[in-house]
Design a protein around this ligand. Structure first.
Ligand SMILES: [Zn+2]
Length: 243
């Protein structure tokens, strides 16, 4: 799908084409899966600058950091003036309780980072997002998967490709919904760059897997986030317990 920026540079040569622009924009309706973290916040900024109409979908799946994420989701959606913000409760997922993201007593750090995997979580979320996008006849689902530094297989490029095929074969009302994963070949550095390009207020993001007052600085998300800010020589605007 052509992007807004490409269109604007193209339309720059044809300044009188307002009607055409309007028609073009009508093709652009996206649903952004938002978690309140750095990656999905960057993708929300990207979506706002590339689609005419953006909705968000946020999941309460029993994660222990839910209320911290929810505050960030609210700030981010207010910042970008998003009107349609879906919050979907799927608390039963935490009943399949093997993940450290559910258990308040499990402190996630380098020693046990594989415990952050939630069985089939991203497939469940993408399925629900697809159902909503299809019912609203949206063109795209935007997801912040970073294939370059994933621990969990459901963040990988192969997973996104497979799910795209599933959408093509499993939808009926709108069969051409695309999954847009702008960070799929990137990592946290790419994520910061995308967020900066799109003026995302990164002070309103929560990436940490542990439910403590400030980000822990020790879980895989905190470590990769801090490393990335160090690589790009910028200060992370959020507070950490330990760095
Ligand atoms: Zn952390």
């Amino acid at each position: 799908m052509p992007k807004r920026k490409d269109f604007d540079s193209w339309v720059g040569c044809r300044m009188k084409s307002g009607e055409l622009k309007e028609r073009f924009d009508m093709l652009n309706k996206a649903l952004c899966i938002l978690s309140g973290g750095l990656d999905s916040a960057a993708c929300l900024g990207w979506a706002v600058n590339n689609y005419n109409e953006v909705s968000t979908i946020f999941f309460n799946y029993g994660q222990k950091t839910y209320s911290r994420e929810a505050k960030c989701v609210k700030k981010l959606t207010q910042h970008f003036e998003i009107k349609d913000n879906q919050v979907i409760d799927i608390p039963w997922l935490s009943g399949f309780g093997v993940s450290g993201l559910f258990n308040q007593d499990t402190f996630l750090d380098e020693s046990n980072e594989k415990n952050e995997y939630v069985p089939f979580r991203n497939s469940i979320m993408l399925s629900i997002a697809t159902a909503y996008a299809e019912s609203e006849k949206m063109d795209a689902i935007v997801i912040g998967s970073t294939g370059g530094d994933h621990i969990c297989p459901d963040n990988s490029p192969d997973f996104i490709t497979a799910f795209q095929e599933l959408i093509k074969n499993g939808t009926m009302i709108k069969t051409d919904i695309t999954i847009e994963a702008p960070l799929i070949n990137g990592d946290k550095v790419t994520s910061i760059e995308l967020a900066t390009e799109n003026n995302v207020p990164l002070q309103h993001t929560w990436s940490c897997h542990n439910n403590i007052e400030f980000a822990c600085g020790q879980c895989s998300n905190c470590r990769s986030r801090l490393d990335a800010f160090s690589i790009v020589s910028k200060d992370d605007p959020i507070k950490y317990e330990r760095q």
